[in-house]
Design a protein around this ligand. Structure first.
Ligand code: ZN
Length: 387
């Protein structure tokens, strides 16, 4: 910095109020905002975010506005804006790391000089991403549990085993019947390589299915236009053992186009449920099951039953009730995943996602997906008038 620049900077600092001077003098603003962000993550971890505030103040205002604005913008284009942002983020990260390495190989006294432009830009962009994540998804995890929001009855402990067995048999029966109806009405192939036209129809119908139950489970929620988008390249998410992704940065729901046909409806509604504010994985799974079960299309009903069966206790009675054809379809889906999933990346993804969920106050981490069964049990006990 030469003399003129130094004098200009000094003049600017003198004419700013003390607060602004603090933020302008260095990367302190960045440090303060990052500290605040980490504090919010810590508050989520220790469950210090008041759930009533989130439910009655935050969700109807900030979350609803974010959903309407970001979801509205995302619906204007057919491609995933989130994927473009991820690519830009990757480029920025590469430039920032290059700058860091370049400075590290130079002499120590020069480490303190310069503007660290790329690193600072990356830090600001990361900060914005962290805030969008927190405000669009993280804080929504602190809402009161869906079972409480819907005032669902509690399952008596002494009746739990019986109720679970009844539910398992009911789901297995639904799977068998829906499969029968689906094979009668459909001439589609083996489930893999679903044509784009059919995939788009499933994605469109997923939105319709969710809208049909939204009045019952979240009457205040307004779903933004647009539906589920495909992630490209196909099967990339599946390599990591992921079937779909919700982007809280853009309020877009994504599903991998390489999914088995029988999984597509359930995954599509699950991701849309996140857009609608059902942040917990158990809640999104339950909403997907409910919406798909009530849809007129037997493919959706079958998809819901197959997804639920993954989390229900295994028993010979349930297997017998579902029948051999359902069992064969379950094996086909498992084989489809075996072909597409990479072992190492899937394990890393599971570990990271489990830790991420736990860090945001979801104590059971990745096992929370299976807690949809508890919601299903309680839903069955609710009076028919409230469901
Ligand atoms: Zn999810």
């Amino acid at each position: 910095m030469n003399e003129t620049e130094r004098a200009t900077k000094q003049l600017c600092l003198i004419h700013r109020p003390p607060g602004a001077r603090f933020f302008m003098t260095s990367g302190r603003a960045l440090a303060v905002f990052w500290l605040l962000t980490v504090s919010i993550f810590a508050a989520l971890y220790f469950r210090l975010v008041p759930s009533d505030f989130v439910e009655h103040v935050y969700a109807p205002t900030v979350l609803a506005a974010q959903r309407a604005i970001l979801g509205g913008i995302a619906s204007l284009v057919p491609f995933s804006i989130a994927e473009v942002l991820v690519a830009v983020f990757g480029v920025l990260a590469t430039i920032a790391v290059s700058e860091l390495l370049w400075r590290l190989v130079r002499r120590t006294d020069r480490l303190r000089r310069g503007r660290w432009r790329a690193c600072k830009t990356f830090a600001w962009v990361s900060l914005a991403a962290a805030w969008l994540y927190l405000s669009g998804h993280g804080i929504a995890l602190a809402r009161p549990p869906l079972a409480d929001r819907l005032a669902l009855p509690v399952v008596a402990e002494d009746a739990r085993a019986t109720r679970l067995s009844e539910l398992g048999l009911e789901v297995a029966r639904t799977a068998r019947n829906a499969r029968l109806e689906w094979t009668r009405s459909s001439t589609t192939g083996d489930g893999t390589d679903v044509p784009a036209s059919e995939r788009l129809a499933i994605q469109r119908d997923a939105r319709t299915a969710l809208l049909a139950i939204l009045d019952t489970v979240a009457p205040e929620c307004v779903l933004p236009p647009g539906g589920v988008k495909a992630c490209y390249p196909p099967r990339l998410l599946m390599r990591f053992g992921v079937s779909g992704v919700f982007s809280p940065f853009t309020f877009e729901a994504h599903a991998d186009p390489g999914l088995h046909r029988l999984e597509m409806p359930f995954v599509a509604v699950h991701e849309l449920a996140h857009v609608a504010g059902f942040a917990g994985e158990d809640e999104a799974n339950f909403i997907a099951w409910l919406a798909c079960s009530r849809a007129a299309d037997p493919l959706f009903q079958y998809s819901a039953a197959l997804a639920a069966m993954r989390f229900l206790p295994r028993s010979s009675a349930i297997r017998a009730e579902a029948g051999s054809e359902v069992a064969a379809d379950r094996v086909a889906i498992a084989n489809h995943w075996k072909q597409k999933r990479w072992k190492v990346t899937s394990k890393v993804q599971r570990f990271v996602w489990d830790a991420a969920l736990k860090s945001q106050g979801v104590r059971t981490g990745i096992a929370s997906y299976g807690e949809m069964v508890e919601l299903m049990l309680r839903w069955r006990l609710a009076p028919r008038t409230s469901r």
